[in-house]
Write a protein that binds this ligand. Structure first.
Ligand code: AMO
Length: 425
């Protein structure tokens, strides 16, 4: 029975069977070493020529990254990790072609485009695999948090009829004789679920944005971790968000020690309270930093760099001007809203808000943003027959992974990124 390579160290003195990729083969005159890798690590297999001449000669010419099963005794040895497998049987399951389009163990760094083009090989590298092991911990820990707190997991449609986050960022889809779009966010549906009486919901699913710009923090398809709660305010869901981020960081610290070591990253330590800075305070901080900006202007990249770049922590920007937030955000007063962002330094990780729950304010807001309430009737209807006050937010999973692992390019935290120029692989 196959064991993982990680498990070999607990089986010294017994027979093991392992399978994986031959990442390196070293041949001396009478002995041959195969470095075998699987998802859990690497180990060296050793084959003596004497008594195995035919196999030895076959392996001499075996290309790197071919897939093998080997079995034999696990023994203590001089190998770097202190043990190895003495090969008794070996089966070549699939030979790799040569040359490899991308080296797996080579020390030379390939450029990101070549790496993405050959992503299946790139993902074989332990330092790339480590990113996705950590990302799996993050999403599992957040899902686990929600389930423990009584949230219901939902799956909202991804083919939709209306924009939520701005009409220019939509991908059109031909839907038989009508036009439809790929969903930018489950926003409208998670709110409808509040009218449906589900109380607390979450969803972890793809969101699509036809954003034209090519930056290190934008994708055209990303994973949105959404939540919505009834009878809750902006303050309440900011508390939940802080808890969720801390729970995720804690899980990564305790479950991914090895991956953090491979990546050379410190354990994320979030023992501080996330500051809540109002938008207007932020504008003042920008002015103090010598930036030209006035209350009501959007926080552009230079502003976020100048102010946020100095805050190496998570913090909230609260009470955004109503004009800068979508129609579904609850007003705070005539000018400001109950919308907030969670930032890490200059990078936005989450947007959220207390939402409008009155159908009249909702209709006014839609009109004042130049949208027609009629085209949102499926959504507005849910507000007309008993919509509770509610609030929620959405985290971009790839951006949260960037922050927790200190990775500057979002393409590194996405298995198969969709950006301005890339739809394959
Ligand atoms: P927003 O549009 O701010 O809010 O998106 C929420 C979070 O999703 C991530 N994100 C992205 N990540 C990568 N590439 C993109 N193009 C991209 N766009 C967004 C960010 C962002 O903070 N409906 C609201 C959420 C809510 O109010 O509940 C929304 O979608 O991390």
């Amino acid at each position: 029975m196959r064991v993982l390579i990680r498990e070999v160290k607990d089986r010294i003195g017994s027979e093991v069977e392992i399978s994986g990729w031959a990442q390196n083969i070293r041949v001396l005159s009478s002995v041959l070493f195969i470095e075998l890798r699987d998802v859990s690590g690497t180990v060296q297999g050793v084959l003596l020529r004497k008594g195995n001449e035919e196999l030895f000669d076959e392996l001499k010419g075996l290309p790197r990254e071919s897939v093998l099963t080997i079995s034999g005794e696990a023994v203590k040895s001089q190998a770097r990790i202190g043990y190895e497998v003495q090969i008794k049987h070996l089966e070549i399951l699939n030979r790799a072609e040569t040359p490899l389009p991308l080296g797996v163990v080579d020390k030379i760094e390939s450029d990101i485009e070549t790496r993405l083009e050959n992503r299946f090989l790139d993902l074989r590298r332990p330092e790339v695999l480590a990113i996705f092991k950590v990302q799996s911990t993050i999403s599992n820990s957040i899902r686990d948090y929600f389930v423990r707190k009584g949230f219901i997991e939902i799956h909202s449609p991804k083919i939709v009829a209306a924009a939520t986050e701005g009409g220019t960022d939509l991908f059109p889809v031909k839907y038989f004789e009508r036009n439809a779009y790929l969903s930018q966010s489950p926003q409208l549906y998670k709110e409808i679920m509040m009218s449906a009486g589900f109380d607390k919901v979450f969803e972890i699913a793809p969101a699509f944005r036809a954003e034209e710009h090519n930056t290190p923090r934008h994708l055209n398809e990303f994973t949105s971790i959404d939540m919505e709660m009834s009878f809750a305010s902006d303050e309440d869901v900011m508390d939940v968000l802080e808890d969720v981020i801390k729970a995720a960081a804690q899980s990564v610290s305790s479950l991914n020690e090895r991956e953090l070591e491979i990546l050379g990253v410190e354990k994320p330590s979030l023992g501080y309270r996330f500051r809540r800075i109002t938008y207007s305070e932020y504008v003042k901080m920008a002015i103090d930093a010598g930036i030209e900006i006035k209350d009501g202007d959007d926080l552009s990249t230079p502003v976020l760099k100048a102010v946020g770049g100095k805050i190496n922590q998570f913090y909230f920007i609260t009470r955004w001007p109503r004009v800068l937030k979508p129609f579904y955000v609850q007003p705070y007063d005539d000018t400001y809203s109950k919308g907030f962002d969670l930032q890490y330094g200059e990078l936005e990780i989450t947007s959220g808000a207390q939402r409008v729950h009155s159908p009249h304010i909702l209709i006014d807001n839609l009109r004042s943003k130049g949208l027609s309430p009629e085209s949102f009737s499926f959504y507005v209807n849910a507000f007309r027959y008993g919509m509770p006050p509610h609030a929620g937010w959405a985290i971009g999973l790839e951006r949260l992974t960037m922050v927790l692992l200190n990775i500057p390019n979002i393409r590194e935290t996405t298995l198969f990124p969709r950006d301005r120029t890339r739809v394959t692989p």
